[in-house]
Design a protein around this ligand. Structure first.
Ligand code: SF4
Length: 226
């Protein structure tokens, strides 16, 4: 199927970014601690400054790779190019992020992936996917339901992890806002991944083919038993 939008076309980019939300809204809340509320005052600006430290040439390179991904002739190639773009973005932005080995905050929040990427991931790790109910809403069971592939606080499928995991970075000064506070959804100044959402949606436009990683692969017990 011919793609409607192209990441190499500035008008398409403008249109895509207009229609996608720009990221997490950073604001305080009386239910958060003083330390967190104080940090929320500066987190947005810190994140913007850190994002600006990434090599600007990378952005064009990422757009080229996403364009190739969207037009790739097979689903496997689409996902491979998407991951190449994600890893290129990660190499540029990662050194300026607060993320560090052993932090698993983003493995406890919703992880939406397309059927196409779930299938590629399943192939890479030797797992079949579970077909979720059509249009079933994304599962979010809070911090008690981490990703089934999180083992001992580390990703057990690191090389096969989806693009959303490869591109998720907290751009604050440190991981304070990521520390898990059960029952409190503290906003985190994540890097802007709208181009990846745009490309992944172009590759899989049917909302019925999107679900949470927990829905595609089941409970932690099922994942660990494989
Ligand atoms: S696939 Fe890996 S990185 Fe992604 S949410 Fe699961 S455990 Fe975390």
């Amino acid at each position: 199927m011919k793609s409607q939008l192209d990441p190499m076309n500035p008008a398409d980019i403008e249109q895509a970014l207009r229609t996608l939300t720009g990221g997490v809204e950073i604001h305080g809340d009386p239910k958060f601690s003083d330390e967190i509320n104080e940090r929320l005052l500066t987190a947005g600006e810190t994140a913007q400054a850190n994002a600006g430290r990434a090599d600007p040439a990378t952005s064009l390179h990422v757009r080229r790779l996403l364009s190739v991904a969207i037009k790739a002739p097979t689903n496997a190639k689409k996902v491979a190019w998407l991951h190449k773009a994600a890893d290129t973005h990660a190499a540029a932005i990662g050194p300026h992020a607060a993320c560090h080995d052993g932090c698993s905050h983003c493995c406890h929040v919703p992880v939406a992936i397309s059927r196409l990427e779930a299938l590629a991931m399943g192939r890479a790790i030797g797992r079949s996917i579970i077909e979720p109910e059509y249009h079933e809403p994304l599962a979010f069971r809070g911090y008690e339901a981490p990703c089934p592939f999180l083992v001992d606080n580390r990703c057990s499928v690191y090389n096969a992890r989806p693009a959303v995991c490869r591109t998720h970075f907290n751009l604050d000064a440190d991981d304070l806002l990521c520390r898990l506070t059960p029952g409190q959804d503290v906003p985190v100044p994540y890097s802007d991944t709208r181009l990846f959402v745009f490309a992944a949606t172009e590759m899989e436009p049917n909302p019925g083919n999107w679900a949470d990683i927990r829905q595609w692969f089941g409970s932690p017990a099922r994942a660990e038993s494989v």
